[in-house]
Design a protein around this ligand. Structure first.
Ligand code: 6R9
Length: 641
């Protein structure tokens, strides 16, 4: 199998890029010809960033699962679609061929239908990284329902908020999940999330850990039992629901700088096209290769580069249940060796954490199958980049530094492996169809360079096929968050540099969003959680540089409650509250108790100062004259952790 739209040289990249800008409709229209449609489009693209309204392939009809499964049955039916490596290396791995995956997806689609799920209904999926998670995702899409996958590290409260926001009626979960040495009791978290919930009708529970679970009659059903009924009836096929190009495919919640997480909505056709196109081009995927993306399907990276991108390209996607450091820090290398992985796509935080174990875990591991390495989720520092290049890629594998976001659906800025140049810690050039622009605070394009480098807020001028369509149930929120900061531009929330060759380097968020181990967390969200703790008067949360996580969470807390004589215990109490409200991923690394917070006369917390103190840059706190009480700064600085 070949991909006619796979770019093969730097020269071709340049001509394709130009074509994509001059004639987006012609460019994407001709790529779309290589997919399976029930009906073709009337118009390739129609958009304005004012409302915003973006429509790709209007009038077209399709089902993404026909593009991921059915169209490969004949040519690749016996080839592996998903190879699954369990948490415990002693447990047997599983391989699902395209034929098997198609069958399982159809069967589970019947299960969903039998339980009342209809087109447009929201199905919340809260599972560990087992093949049934991919099956549940695809089965939901098969019948035109909307999946909302929630990462296993979120608390009951977070799930409850998401269920409420999405008005979800169905949940697919597991009894528990294995992650390294831990068992996570997923069903019990769901039970807590459902206290007081009024919308959920059915919960389907897949057996994994066989940890004891409560099963409510009439609401909770076992996956295996439901599947058995369908299998016994021989229901191995289900007609895919015919979807409009712009019908929603999924909701994925992500953190912003204000309020609760928002439900980013992606639609069927544009998302399919762009994840496929970027998968094939960025990683230069060749038929038969094994692609190993280490993300969890609970994040956008897993949606786009474990499930939809690879499967829509007929690729073999390796899915791993566990963590990089269990049973030891050689686990990734064992997996690469065992399955002869060709493409490894992971996060800088994982690389930095493995670097800390030295070269021992890499010894006697055959990594010669590797052809392409990738990183995603946060800026990669040069040290980690070189370690990855030398010790994993043995200096013969191009590294793609892929910049993108939940809202962008797929990779927007990245080198193409071995085709366009790489530059350590630079994401480099935009993909065809992507028009970045750096602007100042007022939205004016920055043209002035210092030593050949321009620096500004990263925006995108025109839509690519998988741009966010709306935030679920609240279109205004989508407009305000992404399209209102600068007129007629999509604002990414990131800052970036641009060099004379037009390469981009992403420097990090310029809003109040933290990036902790590649996970997005809003400072406001963490503050709200801390403030719910009894005795907390007020809090302010900032990020600080962390060797492994990229950013750590630093919280300044005014507390006048009980047990203040034991600060360390009170800190732990607060961490418990954060874990309950959001989940363990949002726990602050440091909590400093303070008497007051630096505020302006208008009552705004001056985060700039708090950030500097957390970063240890106490010499250069800048102008503090506008503060209501400059004295608090000295106190905070002296008590720094
Ligand atoms: C795919 C994903 C998005 C934020 C984004 C940026 C950061 C992602 C990056 C990167 C520098 C890269 N980010 N990739 N920063 N270089 N290659 O991570 O989505 O979870 O929504 O996070 O992550 O700050 O704005 P998401």
């Amino acid at each position: 199998m070949s991909y006619p739209y796979q770019i093969k040289s730097f020269h071709e990249y340049k001509t394709e890029y130009e074509k994509s800008i001059e004639d987006p409709a012609g460019f994407w229209g001709s790529i779309a010809e290589h997919f399976t449609w029930r009906r073709k489009w009337d118009e390739v693209v129609n958009w304005n960033f004012k409302e915003p309204k973006v429509e790709w392939f209007k009038g077209a009809k399709l089902n993404i699962t026909e593009n991921c499964l059915d169209r490969y049955l004949e040519s690749r039916g016996n080839q592996p679609a998903i190879i699954w490596e369990p948490n415990d290396p002693e447990e047997h791995h599983r391989t699902l061929t395209y034929r098997k995956l198609h069958e399982k997806v159809c069967q589970f689609a019947h299960v969903l239908k039998n339980n009342g799920v209809k087109k447009g209904d929201r199905v919340c999926i809260y599972m560990g990284m087992i093949p049934e998670l991919a099956i549940a995702v695809l089965a939901t899409a098969r019948i035109g329902a909307i999946h909302s996958v929630i990462f296993g590290g979120f608390s009951a409260q977070s799930i409850a908020d998401r269920l409420e926001d999405a008005q979800a009626e169905y949940i697919v979960t597991c009894d528990g999940a294995y992650r390294g040495a831990k068992d996570i009791p997923l069903k019990s978290v769901i039970d807590d999330a459902l206290i007081g919930n009024k919308t959920v009708k059915k919960v389907i529970v897949c057996t994994r850990t066989r940890t004891p679970v409560s099963m409510l009659k009439g609401r909770d059903l076992w996956w295996e039992e439901e599947m058995k009924q369908v299998e016994e009836k021989g229901l191995n096929y289900i007609e895919a629901e015919e979807m409009d190009a712009e019908d929603p495919l999924f909701i994925l919640y992500t953190s912003g700088s204000t309020g609760k997480p928002k439900g980013v909505v992606h639609s069927c056709a544009g998302y399919m096209l762009f994840t496929n196109y970027t998968f094939v081009n960025v990683f230069q995927y060749q038929t038969g290769q094994i692609h190993f993306c280490t993300a969890d399907i609970g994040w956008i990276t897993g949606h786009s580069y474990i499930v939809y991108g690879p499967l829509s390209a007929g690729a073999t996607s390796l899915m791993f249940e566990g963590v990089p450091t269990w049973p030891d820090a050689g686990r990734f290398w064992d997996i690469v060796d065992k399955y002869k992985v060709n493409i490894l796509y992971t996060a800088p935080t994982a690389i930095r954490s493995l670097m800390g174990f030295g070269l021992g875990p890499l010894q006697n591991k055959d990594l010669s199958s590797l052809k392409v390495l990738g990183t995603v989720g946060e800026p990669i520092n040069e040290e980690a980049w070189h370690w990855y290049d030398e010790h994993v890629g043995k200096k013969k594998c191009p590294i793609v530094d892929t910049w993108w976001q939940t809202e962008t659906g797929g990779i927007l800025i990245s080198n193409l492996a071995g085709i366009t140049p790489a530059k350590p810690s630079w994401a480099t050039l935009p993909l065809p169809g992507v028009q970045p622009i750096l602007v100042d605070e007022k939205g004016n394009e920055i043209t002035e360079a210092v030593d050949g480098i321009t620096s500004g807020n990263l925006c995108i001028k025109a839509p690519w096929p998988s741009i966010i369509r709306t935030t679920y149930g609240d279109h205004e929120r989508c407009r305000v968050n992404y399209f209102a900061t600068y007129e007629n531009l999509y604002f990414t929330g990131d800052g970036a540099l641009k060099d004379t060759e037009g390469f981009y380097r992403i420097t990090g968020r310029v809003d109040d969003v933290l990036n902790v181990s590649g996970h997005r967390i809003g400072t406001a969200e963490v503050e709200n959680a801390i403030n719910m703790h009894a005795g907390v008067v007020e809090s302010a949360v900032v990020g600080y540089p962390h060797d492994i996580k990229g950013q750590g969470i630093y919280a300044y807390v005014i507390y006048n409650g009980t047990h203040m004589d034991d600060q360390s215990l009170t800190r732990k109490d607060i961490l418990q509250t954060v874990t309950r409200v959001i989940g363990p991923i949002a726990k602050p690394d440091k909590i400093q108790f303070v008497g007051g917070l630096p505020k302006t006369r208008s009552g705004k917390i001056m985060r700039r100062i708090l950030r500097k103190i957390a970063e240890g840059e106490v010499q250069s706190l800048g102008d503090t004259s506008t503060l209501l009480d400059p004295g608090v700064v000295d106190e905070i600085r002296d008590g720094r952790l």
